[in-house]
Design a protein around this ligand. Structure first.
Ligand SMILES: C[S@@+](CC[C@H](N)C(=O)[O-])C[C@H]1O[C@@H](n2cnc3c(N)ncnc32)[C@H](O)[C@@H]1O
Length: 200
């Protein structure tokens, strides 16, 4: 799928950041598989898959598909298209499957569960972890603590929605970004709100 087609899919990944995801996915999938926290409808996973397939590598993507706080009814990012009125819940899984089926190469592995629950049972070391799940401090910190230890040396941790200025956005991704810098990560590249850090 070409970038202009991916850009039309429902999601929260602008094209310039998506292109960076593809580039980093190509580089770091040579080290190991890619893990995404926060599949939503698959937009960012598809950008990741384009890079990973060049190394014949998998992209795992985790989501419970109940949406984050901001996607719930009456919240800022509520979207009636992904609300299951019969069961009165957000459900992004049908659109994730529909979007994955649009791509030719099948290297995306959806995992329908809570990110922390999967982390507690996950042993395989990863080439890159992309954190874009819950944006509360607790959720982002849980994802950082649970998944950053599973990245191989010289692999990458990518964090989305980093806003230094609180007037521009929530601070949880920025807080885990700062935490990573105090641990054994350093910035590899930054594209707008998306940062790629290398594990030393
Ligand atoms: C910001 S959206 C992801 C956007 C997606 N990466 C994109 O670019 O289109 C965050 C997603 O994380 C999921 N999520 C939040 N907390 C989670 C958790 N603890 N475990 C699994 N998924 C979670 C929500 O259901 C939501 O679909």
């Amino acid at each position: 799928m070409i970038d202009s087609e991916i850009d039309k899919l429902k999601g929260f990944m602008p094209k310039h950041e998506g292109i960076a995801l593809t580039k980093w996915s190509e580089k770091f999938s040579s080290i190991g598989p890619i893990m995404e926290i926060g599949s939503y409808c698959g937009k960012s996973a598809i950008y990741l898959s384009k890079g990973a397939i060049l190394n014949d590598q998998l992209v795992y993507t985790i989501d419970h598909h109940f949406g984050s706080e901001e996607h719930q009814i009456k919240e800022e990012y509520f979207d009636s298209e992904i609300f299951d009125y019969k069961n009165q819940r957000v459900n992004t899984l049908p659109l994730l499957i529909k979007n994955i089926n649009k791509i030719q190469v099948k290297n995306i592995v959806p995992i329908v569960s809570n990110s922390v629950d999967i982390a507690s049972k996950w042993d395989a070391k990863l080439g890159m972890v992309f954190i874009d799940g819950g944006h509360s401090f607790k959720a982002a910190n849980n994802d950082y603590v649970s998944w950053s230890t599973k990245i191989k040396k010289n692999g990458a941790l990518v964090i989305h929605d980093i806003f230094e200025n609180p007037d521009e956005g929530g601070q949880a991704p920025f807080e885990i970004f700062q935490k990573a810098l105090k641990n054994n990560f350093e910035v590899y590249e930054r594209v707008d709100t998306l940062a790629c850090l290398i594990k030393n």
